[in-house]
Design a protein around this ligand. Structure first.
Ligand code: TYD
Ligand code: MG
Length: 466
């Protein structure tokens, strides 16, 4: 028999190399290349003779669909993130930092589905049965019919879940603990994880069960193991949040069966995760309305408006190169806003440190936050609080022009609901509601700066100085 050839696989990105090297060409990481046996994997044992293909029956697109394709959990925030419930026969990967609450979320989802009469199997590879039971008790899930196993071997798991009635939902916690007899590599390596995930996905596709896989996240925020796992599954959700804060966000980054811009918001309590139907109230909870440098941004997450506070601190620097630090926003975008403020508005920030923070550990990716960021920066530099009842949104272009953004009406409606009676928004915004409160339409960034500076004149003449 021919000697099995080994491959060298990067544990970070999955790139295959023919020789060992200190640095991976694919992702640039050091010391991530490990020797593995490429022949490992279910159905591809070493020295297997290539067999002739067998034709499969081709069918039409318009066939019968037996069951409702989705199983909603009844946890509205989770259903929102998955696009209306778990799709039967699909594989969902949930990533997140250790201790963020993945197991808690899935135990609650398992209990909810089990109460609705679904057959749910929870396979824990990280915790012993007693530990999972303890958590289930705390979550009021102990009295449900969720079936529990503590197992990490892929073949044993497959044999277990194939037995008896077909399960509706199988949870594997986590993929990094899976190991298969057919792969020769050490547990936790790319080959092992990939083999295990492949086998689980195949089970889901064959039986119509939904497979939920838990994956750990590395330091730089990606699901540990090969990126290929993300390509193999139907949906990828990230469970994120700040350890210092008690709320958690379930963010969809890939979904073959639904939208990818939805978020689900939860709050971690002593009885598990609580759904947060109105996240804006949470993010605005600890607001200090009199402090300069804070602007409320009326943002959108998918179909849902979210209000969040943007905080800026602009202070004279003691360093040669001023500091720019950003939490919760894109630092390149901040540099752009600073450049536009300097070039078009005469706001000199070259000798100032700039710190920008999105309140509560929330993360914004929308360019519509530009105007809120600019307002917060100018407000902090001028030492002047912005009106407490005002929201800001609008995209700023490099020329200093302010561009309209989508969903104006929804943003304003949410703001009104939460007691904001004024808004600073781009001029020529489409679909402006007639009944909206005080609207200041801004067409350029210099205009915005002038208005904030103008309010300073008013304030210093008036009574509440400082
Ligand atoms: P866990 O679900 O074990 O996280 P993961 O599976 O993502 O590693 O969550 C663990 C954290 O959640 C832990 O720090 C304790 C906290 N927690 C609560 O605050 N309340 C609860 O009811 C539960 C079950 C956990
Ligand atoms: Mg866990």
């Amino acid at each position: 028999m021919a000697k099995a050839k080994t491959q060298f696989i990067c544990q970070n990105c999955g790139t295959v190399h023919s020789r060992w090297a200190g640095k991976c060409d694919g992702c640039g990481e050091w010391n991530t290349i490990v020797e593995e046996d490429p022949m490992g994997g279910i159905g591809s044992g070493p020295g297997k003779v290539p067999k002739k293909g067998r034709p499969v029956t081709l069918t039409s697109l318009s066939g019968e669909i037996e069951e409702a394709p989705r199983i909603p959990t009844g946890m509205s925030e989770l259903d929102r993130a998955t696009g209306g419930g778990f799709v039967r026969g699909s594989a969902v990967l949930i990533g997140g930092d250790p201790g963020i609450g993945k197991s808690t979320l899935l135990m609650q989802a398992a209990a909810a589905l089990s109460r609705k009469g679904n057959r749910v199997i929870y396979v824990s590879g990280e915790e012993a049965v007693a530990q999972v039971r303890l958590r289930a008790q705390r979550l009021d899930a102990a009295q449900t019919d969720v079936l529990l196993a503590a197992e990490t071997n892929v073949e044993d798991i497959l044999a277990t879940i194939s037995e008896g009635k077909r399960p509706d939902l199988v949870i594997i916690d986590s993929i990094q603990t899976l190991w298969s007899d057919t792969a020769d590599s050490a547990p936790g390596t790319v080959t092992q994880v990939r083999t295990g995930v492949q086998a689980m996905i195949r089970f889901a596709k064959q039986t119509g069960a939904t497979m939920v896989l838990v994956g750990h996240v590395t330091k730089d925020g990606q699901i540990a193991g090969p990126r290929v796992v993300e390509h193999m599954v139907d949906a990828v959700l990230y469970f994120e949040g700040d350890r210092g804060h008690h709320y958690r966000i379930l963010r969809t980054v890939k979904n073959r069966f639904g939208p990818t811009d939805e978020i689900g918001v939860f709050e971690m309590s002593d009885k598990g995760l609580r759904e947060v139907a109105n996240p804006s109230e949470l993010f605005l909870g600890e607001r200090n309305e009199k402090a300069p440098g804070a602007a409320v941004f009326a943002g959108m997450e998918g179909t849902r408006p979210v209000l969040v506070e943007v905080q800026a601190l602009v202070a004279p620097t003691s360093l040669g190169t001023p500091r720019r630090a950003v939490v919760g926003w894109d630092s390149a975008r901040l540099s752009m806003i600073l450049a536009v403020l300097e070039a078009h508005c005469g706001v000199r920030l070259g000798s100032h440190d700039v710190y920008l923070n999105i309140a509560g550990g929330y993360r914004i990716s929308e360019p519509a936050a530009d105007m809120a960021v600019a307002s917060a920066l100018v407000s902090s530099l001028a030492g002047l609080a912005l009106p407490a009842d005002c929201v800001y949104f609008g995209e700023v272009s490099l020329s200093g022009a302010v561009r309209p953004v989508a969903h104006t009406a929804q943003r304003l409606k949410e703001a009104e609901k939460l007691g904001f009676s004024a808004a600073v928004l781009p001029a020529a915004s489409p679909d402006l509601p007639k009944s909206a409160g005080r609207l200041s339409e801004i067409d350029s960034l210099p205009d915005l700066v002038a208005r904030i500076a103008g309010s300073k004149l008013r304030n210093t003449r008036g009574e509440d100085e400082g």
